[in-house]
Design a binder for this molecule. Structure first.
Ligand code: ADP
Length: 151
């Protein structure tokens, strides 16, 4: 079984994340979209809300499940029997950051492989950060959110 973990904050999940998972479905037997909990980080939406959204968005996908974890991503992968991490690349700064994390996870995770998918041009400007700014400013973030999510 090829199992991948897609870790992130998903604060909130965007159409960029959704597109990534949809494109990865044919590549893996199972994908676990998992929220990493960092106690130092301030989130806009509570964990329960973010998980509920993930569950709703992927409800029709039998090979996609959701979860959450504290501490190391590599340990969560081990616990779930996942051999792969899934991440997205939007631009060169994503690459610089992701390269280091991926090399680190390969060591800490004992050969854990990161699979990267390049975002399509129409989604490469979309981030949870931008969505949060729109929401905080009282704007309409719906063009950037999966249709199941109403904020
Ligand atoms: P983190 O807090 O770990 O950065 P995010 O929820 O912001 O978590 O993102 C998780 C992953 O989703 C990252 O690999 C990021 O590159 C990817 N991602 C985010 N937005 C997009 C997008 N618009 N297109 C493709 N990948 C994306």
């Amino acid at each position: 079984m090829k199992i991948a973990v897609f870790p992130g904050s998903f604060d909130p999940i965007t159409i960029g994340h959704y597109d990534l998972v949809k494109r990865a479905i044919p590549l893996f037997d199972k994908i676990i979209v998992a929220i990493g909990i960092n106690s130092q980080k301030k989130y806009l939406f509570p964990l329960e809300q973010r998980i509920a959204w993930l569950e709703e968005v992927f409800a029709e996908e039998p090979t996609v499940s959701t979860g959450s974890f504290e501490k190391l991503t590599a340990d969560f992968c081990k616990k779930e029997g996942a051999q792969y991490l899934l991440r997205g690349l939007r631009n060169a700064s994503d690459f610089d950051y992701e390269k280091t994390i991926s090399q680190l996870n390969a060591i800490v995770g004992d050969g854990l492989e990161t699979v990267f998918l390049i975002s399509p041009p129409q989604y490469s400007h979309i981030s949870s950060t931008i969505v949060r700014e729109i929401i905080k400013g009282g704007g309409d973030a719906s063009p950037f959110l999966p249709k199941q999510i109403k904020i």
